[in-house]
Design a protein around this ligand. Structure first.
Ligand code: SF4
Length: 253
């Protein structure tokens, strides 16, 4: 790996992990450019009209569609200026690599992590947030402590062959570092998870975390109870949405 190798980046910031099993942990977020899905339905990025049965739209679409390709050296310099990157990672802050779909650039991620180790003797705690449609390289898997996967349901407006690959889901199911996070807005969402993903054996229910779909405090309070009842009945883990609880609709925090 070399400091001149490049990676396409959309944004980076320091905050708390707001979702899933590491909720509340201080983390630096590195959002990479591009995604292989367009949740909300193809075309939603142009006119904001939901299509193909979508009930929600990706909330970072405007961010991951834009980006800058940076050399590893430039990226670390910018991250350091903004987040005190090297020092924070050395003292246990997690690095959350997100997107878009970050595994579209997985060779570059791997090279970047090797660069951090070779240049700064830094082997940080890594979380990768993925839609679980791309199988990770084994060399990358060896460096990732948390695979935060979020397979998409039919309410994303994506067709099944685009969003579900049974063999990749099975690979993640067998991986001890995987969590499957599903956003649930209605009881029907859970029925789909049950019949299409749990009953088929593709997703291990002990790795599932259900989270209410909500982008305001009012909506969160309304849906928390419905999701809690599903989790109690089916013995599943639940998480809420820390950023909505603390900052409500404010973004960029
Ligand atoms: S997979 Fe994730 S990043 Fe990609 S469009 Fe869907 S919600 Fe957005």
């Amino acid at each position: 790996m070399s400091k001149n190798q490049k990676i396409a980046v959309s944004e980076y910031f320091y905050s708390l992990q707001g979702e899933g099993r590491t909720t509340g942990i201080p983390a630096i977020f590195l959002r990479l450019t591009g995604c292989n899905l367009i949740c909300g339905g193809k075309g939603v990025e142009k006119d904001a009209v939901l299509r193909d049965g979508a009930t929600w739209v990706c909330d970072t679409i405007d961010v991951w569609m834009k980006g800058t390709t940076l050399s590893f050296a430039d990226l670390v310099e910018r991250l350091d200026e903004r987040t005190n990157f090297v020092q924070r990672l050395k003292t246990g802050v997690h690095l959350v690599i997100t997107g878009g779909e970050p595994l579209l650039q997985q060779e570059r991620i791997l090279a970047f992590l090797e660069y951090l180790e070779a240049t700064y003797q830094l082997r940080p705690i890594i979380e990768v947030e993925t839609n679980a449609t791309i199988r990770p390289l084994l060399a990358l898997d060896a460096r990732v402590q948390y695979w935060n996967t979020s397979p998409k349901l039919s309410n994303s407006g994506m067709f099944k062959p685009q969003r579900i690959d049974a063999s990749i889901l099975e690979w993640f199911s067998k991986n001890p570092n995987t969590m499957f996070k599903f956003v649930v807005t209605t009881k029907e969402d859970f029925e789909e998870i049950q019949t299409e993903l749990i009953d088929t054996g593709w997703v291990d229910p002990s790795k599932i975390v259900l989270m209410p779909g909500a982008d305001s405090i009012e909506q969160l309070l309304e849906r928390n109870q419905m999701v809690a009842e599903i989790c109690i009945e089916h013995q599943l883990r639940m998480c809420t949405r820390l950023h909505v609880e603390i900052w409500n609709r404010l973004t960029g925090v």
